[in-house]
Design a protein around this ligand. Structure first.
Ligand code: FNR
Length: 186
């Protein structure tokens, strides 16, 4: 069993990224156990706040990241990049210097967009940051989900069969990717 921290890069009520994340557990092999790591309450990163006791949401977030065997990001695309709130979370998890919560963990990236390009630019920007924090992003298969607004039914369930099939294959590959890494001790 591998504990996977799910990080959704949008705070919007009804976010398609959140709906996609919600669809993953039922499509994943039983070896993957998901839990949410929320990022919306993290104060903007400011190194001054590291002195003394850092903000409680930072501590909660870092502990959750440390406890995960792997991290799966579902990212929207904002101006051909990731959202500011997701970049802030990546920065918070990476500090204090020498104590990054991300270090050495396996990761997966799912980009998506209501547009035709499926959040590819955001996913690639995200991969660049993951390199910097030593998160090992699964290289293949890549996941870019276009026209995401058309894929869910009125209850928010992912009903588009080809996307369900693709994500099933993606998650099988992700489970194999995780096998290459040690389990978290957290
Ligand atoms: C967007 N959107 C967007 N879409 C895209 O395909 N490429 C882009 O560069 C952008 N840029 C962008 C910037 C900002 C500030 C916003 C708010 C939106 C549209 C975006 O994909 C759309 O709003 C999604 O629905 C956002 O994801 P969630 O919130 O549904 O998960």
């Amino acid at each position: 069993m591998a504990k996977i921290g799910l990080i959704v890069g949008s705070l919007r009520n009804g976010a398609f990224t959140r709906l996609t994340a919600r669809a993953l557990p039922e499509l994943a092999p039983p070896s993957l156990q998901f839990f949410d790591i929320e990022i919306g309450d993290l104060p903007f990163y400011n190194e001054d706040l590291e002195t003394g006791s850092p903000p409680a949401p930072w501590t909660r977030f870092r502990q959750q990241v440390r406890s995960a065997d792997g991290i799966l990001f579902v990212t929207p695309e904002y101006n051909r990049s990731i959202s500011g709130v997701l970049k802030n979370a990546l920065d918070v998890g990476s500090r204090p210097w020498g104590q990054s919560a991300w270090d050495g963990k396996p990761a997966g990236v799912i980009g998506q967009s209501p547009g035709a390009l499926g959040g590819m630019a955001a996913a690639h920007h995200l991969r660049q940051v993951l390199l910097a924090v030593n998160l090992a992003a699964m290289p293949h298969p890549e996941a870019y989900i276009p026209a995401v607004a058309t894929l869910f039914d009125d209850s928010g369930r992912l009903q588009h069969a080809p996307t369900r099939e693709f994500l099933t294959v993606f998650l099988q590959a992700f489970a194999m990717w995780l096998e290459r890494f040690p389990r978290s001790s957290g």
